[in-house]
Write a protein that binds this ligand. Structure first.
Ligand SMILES: Cc1cc2nc3c(=O)[nH]c(=O)nc-3n(C[C@H](O)[C@H](O)[C@H](O)COP(=O)(O)OP(=O)(O)OC[C@H]3O[C@@H](n4cnc5c(N)ncnc54)[C@H](O)[C@@H]3O)c2cc1C
Length: 306
């Protein structure tokens, strides 16, 4: 199913992101967690694309498996890193031929050890070029990435927004944001996007914190900031996983409630292939003022071992 049709049917979407497993065992564990999260009634799930396309096959296989086994609407991420245009055309052809109709079109991060992004020979430099190619190749629903705090390589938020507008002008149907922990960044981003004439959905991306040291690494890498109030709560319990999880869930649930109350068109959860934190956030939201906006749960998921 096309995510565009999901949008027509519902003003709010709740989606979960996974990364492709590297081993058969990891794949089985992930499918069990995806099944648990599927009980929450997500609108769609998405699967990331490994740096340089190294796990490309795993991305495509996992999307197909989740579509076929869980009957869930699924989206494959694709990045430009390391691919010529001919290779990207082949990837998109395979996705289309295997019945994948939803794409998240990305440039991808600068590979480790390189100072700036260099396209592959005859490859693309920016995501908007991939959007244009995908738009010309099939009836895909296309998502692109947006950055409430600005993309780290961008000189300023204004220029970054211009580049986001270009992706939409080339055919993107919606935007999913980079993770953020201060909702003011998202609300400001939406205001600027709307003032610039953008009308597509800007779906906020939320990452429940389950590991303090990991989140410090992530935020440094992707240019998001950890609010001082959150950092002050996490630092003293940094090596106590249960305490970190409890704070992470509480913070994310409050973020989601405020976002939905003030008009966000749903939430995209960066699950990091775990299910417990997202399940707990849903449980909190089901007892909150935004419970009526949540999808009806289709069953009771089994909590994982985190
Ligand atoms: C929702 C989401 C999902 C993601 N999934 C993945 C994934 O599956 N795999 C993965 O490897 N990474 C993923 N990423 C990370 C992403 O690849 C990086 O953030 C990457 O650095 C930028 O990708 P982009 O598609 O936003 O690039 P672009 O939109 O091309 O932007 C990259 C930089 O170039 C600038 N720019 C854009 N166009 C122009 C122009 N015409 N002239 C000058 N500058 C320009 C932008 O302002 C920005 O600074 C994801 C990020 C998000 C938010």
């Amino acid at each position: 199913m096309n995510i565009r049709d999901v949008f027509h049917a519902s003003p709010h979407t709740f989606s979960f992101e996974f990364f492709p497993p590297k081993t058969v065992e990891d794949g089985e564990a992930l499918c069990a967690r995806a099944r648990a999260l599927n009980a929450l009634g997500p609108s769609f799930i998405s699967v990331t694309y490994g740096a340089g396309g190294s796990t490309r096959r795993n991305t495509i296989d996992l999307v197909c498996r989740l579509q076929d086994e869980l009957h869930i609407v699924a989206m494959a991420h694709v990045t430009c890193v390391g691919h010529s245009q001919a290779e990207l055309r082949a990837v998109l052809t395979e996705l289309r031929d295997r019945g994948i109709t939803n794409l998240m079109c990305l440039r991808g991060d600068t590979p480790r050890g390189q100072s700036h992004f260099a396209p592959a020979p005859d490859g693309f430099t920016y995501a908007h070029e991939l959007v244009t190619l995908a738009r010309s190749m099939g009836d895909f629903t296309i998502g692109v990435a947006g950055y409430p705090e600005g993309h780290p390589e961008s000189p300023n938020k204004h220029r970054d927004l211009e580049h986001l507008k270009a992706k939409v002008a080339c055919g993107a149907d919606f935007v999913t944001t980079q993770l953020f922990f201060d909702n003011r960044d998202y609300f400001d981003f939406c205001e600027r996007a709307q003032q610039s004439g953008m009308t597509v959905r800007l779906i906020p991306g939320i990452m429940p914190i389950t590991n303090y040291h990991q989140i410090v690494r992530f935020t440094t890498m992707c240019g998001a900031h950890l609010p001082q109030a959150l950092q002050q709560r996490l630092e003293p319990v940094a090596d106590d996983p249960k305490a970190v999880l409890a704070i992470g869930v509480e913070w994310a649930a409050r973020q989601c409630e405020e976002l939905l109350t003030h008009g966000a068109p749903g939430i995209h959860f960066y699950t990091l292939n775990r299910s417990l934190a997202t399940q707990r956030i849903f449980a909190e939201l089901h007892t909150s003022s935004v419970a009526g906006l949540l999808p009806p749960a289709t069953g009771r998921g089994v909590a994982d071992e985190e």
